[in-house]
Design a protein around this ligand. Sequence first.
Ligand code: CTP
Length: 428
Amino acid sequence: MTRPLEGRRVVLGVTGGIAAYKAIELCRRLVDAGAFVSPVLTDGALRFVGKTTFDALASEPVRTSLFDDPDPIPHTRLGQGADLVVVAPATARLLADYASGRSHDLLTATLLATRAPVVVAPAMHTEMWEHPAVQDNVATLARRGVVIVPPEEGRLAGGDVGAGRLADPGAIAQVVETVLAAGGGAAADDLAGLRVLVTAGGTRERIDAVRVISNRSSGKQGYAIAAEAAARGAHVTLVTTVDRPVPPGVAEVVAVESAADMQAAVVPRAVDQDVVVMAAAVADFRPAAPADRKLKKHEGPPVIELEPTHDFLVDLGRDKPAGQVLVGFAAETDDVLANARDKLARKGLDLIVANDVGAPGVGFEHDTNQVVVVSASGIDQDVPLSDKRAVARAVIDAVVEHRAQVADRSVLPAAPPDLRQTPKETHP
Ligand code: CTP
């Protein structure tokens, strides 16, 4: 069996949070995948987990201080020798120190000294994670190319439920692998100065005052694309039907519900965009005459007449400004590629991301996806089953590649100045 991290040198930073125990599992996974793992535990981490455990698992010596090493300059050596640095869990304090360039222990010194890609997996209580100061620090790091593995929603140490739980060690290990496989490239700044609009989630079409018809889209893939585009420097507008944590660095979030709302939010904004990614699962039909009141059970089962929604992706394709890259999605269960190619041509798209939603682990509600990125130029790129952030990276890579091809053939509008700004929430 090939080991994907064979011979790669990974510094594993562990900071002081309850989730530090999960870093033990991450360490084991990285070692099993063939990496040389050098754990660096902060004083805080040592209050939660023991050095001995990492000593037993890691291939390299465990370090806990700037001064416990015979090497007089371990902080620069470790960082310089690493192929990648991963911090899991990362506390709010670590994020603040790293974002502001403060070096007060071996881990922060290593982070400042390294030129290797850095992956950071934060974990903390929901209120802390959502605090603007923490989000600003995360956005700053993402903008500098640090790959952020966002915390998951779930049960936290205090017993309450919310966003803040450390991502699964398997998912973090997979991100480490993906970043190293991509040549180490943590987010490049290759979308700096570009405007990217991404739609996410399934639309909800009203039956009556309380009931809707919808679909199983979770919005995870759209959010991952928005996160990837923001991390690569774009000014990102996210038009969404779902209420998930806003990815770091996303400039504008527009909350919508129905296909008509989404159309009203997307179409006027699309003319100013360099890239539009329609990852949302937009309803094809809606109730023709939704009731304003709640239909009562004693009135018997309603007969709901459906009417088609307007396919506004067709409008976007027809009215596409010069140089814009328009990306559609095709969720299919049969003849995936043929249907995707047909949609690409029919809707005037540059790229279409096709997924076989009948296959295990693929598409709706899953954290993983397996797609083919089909291009109008006839080149297809298979993306094997990966977490949705890795798929997002492949989609954005295809967008960048498409822009480069078009630029070779013609003249693209020059990138405007950097448009990134702090997140704000608007409603159409
Ligand atoms: N889409 C849209 N507006 C709609 C329906 C779909 O903009 N009313 C967009 C979706 O966001 C997606 C793409 O169109 O990017 C593919 O949608 P899909 O409904 O699968 O395409 P159809 O042409 O309707 O194909 P099918 O025959 O599978 O229904």
